[in-house]
Design a protein. Structure first.
Lengths: 97, 615
C-alpha cells in the first residue's frame, strides 16, 4: 500500500536525519580511531573524563618532577591549610562539590 | 625538698644584659632562693646599679677573675647548706616555674647531681639540650643546636654534660667535687665539672621541662680574638686532662659499613644507630658500603651535616677490624671487612633472594630487625645464627608534645607518608578513602608522597583512578624534603596515620607517628607486626598473600600481602566516628614506643651482642 503524501514527506525527513546522524557518527569514529592510534588507554580515559566533566582532582598547579624540594613543615602546612580554607569557602560543607 | 637555693649570677660589665636578666628573673617564682650577683670587676655602671637594687646580695670582686674563678667566688659566698644555681648574666627568664622544676628534677633521684635546661636563642631557635664531647676532637657540641624550636628534648634525660649558663648543682656534689676547676679560665669547665661529678657517682640531667633564653657569649660577644684565645687554651687543658679517660670509656669497637647521606630508610636509621651506639660507649668506625661495583654505584658525599657523624666518618679504619657489621641490603654483605662478620638487613617480602642468602651464609651471624625477616631468611636456607635486632624511634623528636600545626577548619586528617610504588599500594588507599567519605564531610586524606622514578607520571596515575569529585577530599605534599627532626610536627598535625601497603621491612614512619601519639591503621602483615597490635593501633586485615610483582628485582619469586579494601573502608569510617577510642590507642602507642622501642634500647641490644662476640 503506498504511503500518503504527508507520511512520505515524514519518511524522507527521517531518512535525511538518519543519514546526517550516520555521517556525524562516522566522522566521530574516524576522530576516535585517530586518537586511539596516538594516545594510550590511560590518556583516552583521561580525555573522556575531561570531556564529560568528571576530572576530579585539581592537579593543574602540580609540577611533575623527580627532584626533592627542601621545605619546612610549619610553612608548608600553613600554606596547605590556607588553600583548604579557600577551597571550603568556595564549596562549603553541605554542598555538592 | 625544703633546701635553700643560692642563685649565683656572674656579671662583668654589660649592665644592659645584667639588668634585663635580673628584671626577668624577678618575675619568676624564687621561693626558697637567694640571688647573689657576683660583680666580676666591672668597670662600667654595673657596680652602681647593683648597689641600688635592694633585693639581691652583691659580691664585688676587685678585678675580673674570669668565668671560673668568678663563679667559684660566688659558690664560696653561698649559704653552705644550699644548692647552687650558676646563671649567666645574658639569660632571659620567661618561664615562671623554672627554678622549682629544676629543683624537683635535681632531687627526684639521689644520684642526680647536676641539672641543666633547654636554652633557646633570642630568635627562637633551640640552642642547647645538653652537650657531648668526643675524644677525637675535644670540641664540645650542644645538642639540638640551631634547630627550629618545636618542643624537642622535652623529657628529663641523662646527658654527658650541660653548658653552665644555667647549672643547678646539688650541695652533695659541691662537697664531693668542690668548685669549678681553675685549670680553666673559661670554657670547658662545664664539661669538666660534669665528668668529675660522674666520677663521684653523680649523673648530669637535662631537665626538659625548663627553657630559658640565652643571648650567648654576652661578655665575649664582639671580641672574637679574645674568645678564640680563651677557648683554645681551655681546649688544650681539657684534652690533656680527659683525653685518655674519654677514650677508655668505649667498651667495644665496630666497623660499621653502611650508608649515611642519602634519603633512604637505611641511611636514616644508620644515622640514628651511630648516634645511639656512641652514647652506649660503642666506638663505631664508618665505611660507605655502596659505590662503584655495587648495586648502588653512586659515591657518597663526605659531609653529613651532623658533627658527630662527620667525626665518626673521619675515624681511621683499622687494618683488620675485630668486628664488622654491614648494615644494608644483603647483596653487599660480601664487602664486609671485619674479621668477625655480621650482616644486618631486612626486606619487605616473605623471603630473601638467593644471592642475599648465599652472602649471608658467608657471615658469622646475621641480624634482622623483626621476627618476620628472621622467618623469611630461615625459610630461604640461611644456615648461620640469626638474631632479631629491632630498630627504634627517637622520643626526643617524636613525642605527643611536639609542636603541631593542625587544620584550623577542624577537619579530621588522615596522614600517610610514602614513596610511590607498587609496594605501598597507593591506589588502594586513595580509592578506599574517596569511596568511604563524601566531600561534604569534614575529613581529609593528606598524602606526603615521594616519587623518584622518572618513568612514573604521578599526576596521570592519580587521574586514572577516576576519583569522584564528590568523594573524600585528598591533598598531596609532593616531593618535599622536610628536615627529619620536623617530621614529628607533621605527624602531630594529623589525627590518624595510615600504613596500608603490601609489605614493610620495618616501617620507621609508622613507628614515629605512633611515638607522637597518633592512632594508626596498619596492614596486619610484615615486619611492623612486631610493634603493631590491637592495643596501640588498628591492624588492617589481608585477603591473603599474592606474588610481589614490582620493579624492584629483589622481590621476584616472593609474595606480599593483599590488604582488604573493604576492611580498610570500615576502619577509616570507624576511626573517624570513634575518636576517643582512637585517641586512647594513640596514647597507648606513644607510651609503648618510649618503653620498648627507642634507639637507645636498640643500641643497648647491639652493644650487648658486640660485647658478647668480643668476649
Amino acid at each position: 500500500m503506498k504511503p500518503s503524501a504527508p507520511d512520505a514527506l515524514r519518511i524522507l525527513e527521517l531518512e535525511a536525519q538518519v543519514a546526517a546522524l550516520e555521517e556525524v557518527l562516522e566522522a566521530r569514529s574516524r576522530r576516535l580511531r585517530r586518537l586511539q592510534r596516538r594516545l594510550c588507554r590511560r590518556d583516552l580515559r583521561l580525555l573522556h573524563m575531561v570531556l564529560s566533566g568528571k576530572a576530579s582532582l585539581d592537579l593543574t598547579g602540580w609540577e611533575e618532577t623527580t627532584q626533592l624540594t627542601p621545605a619546612e613543615v610549619e610553612e608548608t602546612l600553613e600554606r596547605l591549610w590556607a588553600t583548604v580554607e579557600q577551597e571550603r569557602a568556595a564549596k562549603p560543607l553541605g554542598q555538592r562539590a | 625538698m625544703n633546701r635553700k637555693t643560692t642563685l649565683v649570677v656572674l656579671a662583668w660589665n654589660r649592665w644592659d644584659l645584667t639588668r634585663h636578666c635580673l628584671e626577668t628573673l624577678r618575675t619568676t617564682d624564687l621561693t626558697g632562693a637567694e640571688v647573689l650577683v657576683v660583680d666580676n670587676g666591672s668597670t662600667d655602671e654595673t657596680p652602681q646599679r647593683l648597689a641600688e637594687l635592694g633585693w639581691v646580695r652583691v659580691l664585688t670582686l676587685p678585678e675580673n677573675l674570669g668565668f671560673v674563678r668568678g663563679n667559684n667566688a660566688g659558690i664560696q659566698a653561698a649559704d653552705p647548706a644550699s644548692d647552687v644555681v650558676l646563671l649567666n648574666n645574658d639569660l632571659e627568664f620567661r618561664q615562671k616555674d623554672w627554678l622549682q622544676k629544676l629543683k624537683s628534677c635535681a632531687h627526684a633521684r639521689p644520684e642526680t647531681g647536676v641539672v641543666g635546661c633547654r636554652l633557646v636563642l633570642p630568635d627562637g631557635r633551640l640552642l642547647h639540650a645538653g652537650t657531648y664531647i668526643l675524644p677525637d676532637t675535644f670540641w664540645g657540641q650542644q645538642i639540638g643546636s640551631l634547630e627550629k624550636e618545636i618542643g624537642q628534648y622535652a623529657r628529663d634525660r641523662e646527658v654527658q654534660g650541660i653548658v653552665f649558663a644555667c647549672a643547678f648543682i646539688k650541695r652533695e656534689v659541691l662537697r664531693a667535687v668542690g668548685g669549678l676547676a681553675e685549670d680553666f679560665h673559661s670554657y670547658f669547665e662545664d664539661t669538666d665539672y660534669c665528668l668529675q661529678a660522674r666520677e663521684h657517682g653523680f649523673r648530669t640531667v637535662l631537665c626538659g621541662g625548663v627553657t630559658l633564653v640565652h643571648d650567648e657569649h654576652g661578655s665575649t660577644a664582639g671580641k672574637d680574638g679574645l674568645f678564640t684565645s680563651i677557648f683554645s687554651q681551655s681546649r688544650e687543658v681539657f684534652g690533656q686532662k680527659w683525653g685518655e679517660r674519654l677514650r677508655d670509656r668505649y667498651r667495644v669497637q665496630v666497623l660499621w659499613q653502611s650508608i649515611l647521606n642519602f634519603s633512604t630508610g637505611y641511611a636514616r636509621s644508620c644515622r640514628e644507630l651511630v648516634h645511639a651506639l656512641e652514647a652506649e660507649d660503642v666506638r663505631a668506625v664508618y665505611r660507605y658500603v655502596y659505590g662503584p661495583g655495587t648495586p648502588f654505584p653512586i659515591e657518597e658525599d663526605p659531609e653529613t651535616g651532623d658533627y658527630l657523624l662527620n667525626v665518626v666518618r673521619s675515624r681511621r679504619r683499622p687494618l683488620l677490624p675485630r668486628i664488622g657489621v654491614v648494615y644494608g641490603q644483603g647483596d653487599v654483605f660480601r664487602r664486609n671487612a671485619g674479621r668477625y662478620k655480621v650482616g644486618y638487613t631486612m626486606l619487605e617480602v616473605d623471603g630473601f633472594p638467593s644471592d642475599w642468602v648465599r652472602q649471608a651464609n658467608r657471615m658469622d651471624e646475621v641480624w634482622v630487625p623483626a621476627e618476620f625477616n628472621r622467618e623469611g631468611f630461615l625459610r630461604c636456607g640461611l644456615k648461620r645464627p640469626i638474631h632479631v635486632m629491632p630498630l627504634g624511634v627517637n622520643p626526643d623528636y617524636f613525642h605527643p608534645g611536639i609542636r603541631a600545626y593542625p587544620n584550623p577548619l577542624g577537619e579530621f586528617v588522615f596522614l600517610t607518608n610514602f614513596e610511590w610504588g607498587e609496594r605501598k599500594e597507593p591506589w588502594l588507599l586513595l580509592k578506599a578513602f574517596n569511596e568511604t567519605f563524601s566531600s561534604r564531610e569534614p575529613v581529609r586524606l593528606l598524602c606526603k608522597v615521594i616519587n623518584r622514578d622518572p618513568s612514573v607520571r604521578l599526576k596521570q596515575e592519580i587521574r586514572n583512578l577516576e576519583l569522584e569529585p564528590t568523594g573524600g577530599r585528598i591533598s598531596f605534599l609532593f616531593n618535599l624534603d622536610f628536615p627529619h627532626y620536623q617530621l614529628g610536627s607533621l605527624y602531630r598535625s594529623a589525627d590518624c596515620f595510615l600504613s596500608v601497603g603490601r609489605g614493610e621491612g620495618w616501617d620507621m614512619p609508622l613507628m614515629e607517628a605512633m611515638a607522637c601519639g597518633l592512632p594508626s591503621i596498619a596492614t596486619d602483615w610484615g615486619a611492623h607486626r612486631d610493634f603493631v597490635h590491637e592495643g596501640t593501633s588498628y591492624p588492617l586485615r589481608i585477603r591473603g598473600t599474592i606474588p610481589a610483582v614490582a620493579k624492584c628485582p629483589y622481590y621476584e619469586g616472593f609474595a606480599w600481602s593483599d590488604p582488604d579494601p573493604e576492611h580498610l573502608r570500615h576502619l577509616l569510617r570507624h576511626v573517624y566516628e570513634n575518636r576517643d577510642e582512637a585517641r586512647a590507642k594513640g596514647c597507648a602507642a606513644a607510651q609503648e614506643m618510649v618503653e620498648r622501642w627507642t634507639w637507645e634500647q636498640a643500641a643497648k641490644r647491639i652493644a650487648a651482642r658486640l660485647e658478647a662476640i668480643t668476649h
